[in-house]
Design a protein around this ligand. Sequence first.
Ligand SMILES: NC(=O)NCCC(=O)O
Ligand SMILES: [Zn+2]
Ligand SMILES: [Zn+2]
Length: 488
Amino acid sequence: MSTASHPLLIRGGTVVNADREERADVLLVDGKIVAVGEGAAAQAPAGTETLDASGQYVMPGGIDPHTHMQLPFMGTVTADDFFTGTAAGLAGGTTTIIDFVIPAPQESLMDAYRKWRGWAEKSAADYSFHVAVTWWSEQVREDMGRLVRDEGINSFKHFMAYKNAIMCDDETLVNSFKRALELGAMPTVHAENGELVYLLQQEVARMGITGPEGHPLSRPPMVEAEAANRAIAIADVLGVPIYVVHVSCLEAADAIARARARGQRVYGEVLAGHLTIDDSVYRHPDYATAAAYVMSPPFRPKEHQEALWRGLQAGHLHTTATDHCTFCAEQKAVGKDNFAKTPNGTGGVEERMAVVWDAGVNTGRLTPSEFVAITSANTAKLFNVYPRKGFIGVGADADVVLWDPKATKTLSAKTQHSKGDFNIFEGRQVTGLPSHTISRGRLVYVNGELRAEKGAGQYFKRPAFGPNFQAVQKRAQETAPTAVARAQ
Ligand SMILES: NC(=O)NCCC(=O)O
Ligand SMILES: [Zn+2]
Ligand SMILES: [Zn+2]
């Protein structure tokens, strides 16, 4: 079986971009989209394979802006590595991930970056990295510059939780945000107040609650809202755009909406899990099942889900992700007697597109174009790789998904490609699935057959100073304070 790229002509489908839907043929040659529309078939070279897309949508492959493949975390390493995790993504229509380089405190950013680049060489799909700033020094400041200038990194991550591990204090946040602004790179935050989490973990344990039901009690919505508000306020004072990852609750979504209403450039990411799963999972009588859902921020009471959907519809939340970070039952069991020790993380890279389509488009919350916006195009724009990615148009990478809106499936760990042993969407029936996934012009998933190839994915660089940064620079010039000239 060869997955080499030969020209592909996609005929008779409905092309969906973030701005419109149109009936059009699409021609892919040498990993790029070379024609869209009536003339596409006429341009097809000899040897072109034709795919019949009638009755299907032809959309940009999904971009998951938040995954953790092969992550060493909380004393263990995630079950999915860069091959198995990206292969699972391809099976679900996701052709690109943005993962995270997470240096330990005091570890050089460049060393950590090189280590992650090595691990990621086995990726089956295209990938890039956000780099976490977990401590501060002059060397960190210099390395941020090297990463932006030489390595195509244009976003830096800050964990406001995970005290005594990778948590940033305010000094690091302020220094790093300021440096990111100079470099034209987006600061991103995991917004939870780590001090409050630490305190509440101990208080909940003192109440005799040691099981997974203690996890959400130690991370209530206000813990997330405080950190979101603080990060947004710091970004506002410094005049830097900011991206809040895995917004899980009404209070954090409101903080973003309020800041945007004031004219601040704040962006929010939502996870497929937070949109569809509620906190009752932590009270499941089976320990392994309840522990499998331990991730941060935790799943919330149902009413928060509606707030997240409204945020996506109203435009104050922008992207969907998974935070794919899989741990198996025996890894989770480390927290059997103390929920705070449970490795935090859940999967979903394979299910995100189908879950968001089913719960979003099939319910009338989203149009197909809005679906494309929140599953690929907005991420590509925010991280400055649009229209190369997130777009069906001439010159874009040939990352395409043929989407069958009538296909149905029951999601299950038994049939998933991820190496995790649990599926947080277990038993959920979805309608709307990929029939074909094409990664840089290669057919990598065809009607249930996964043809992912180890190492076929490519690292892509993301240039700094995207449109957001050009706008904030102009705004800073326009509104620069002036001194008063006084007679001596
Ligand atoms: N989300 C989670 O629980 N685990 C992965 C690390 C993070 O994103 O916080
Ligand atoms: Zn996080
Ligand atoms: Zn994460």
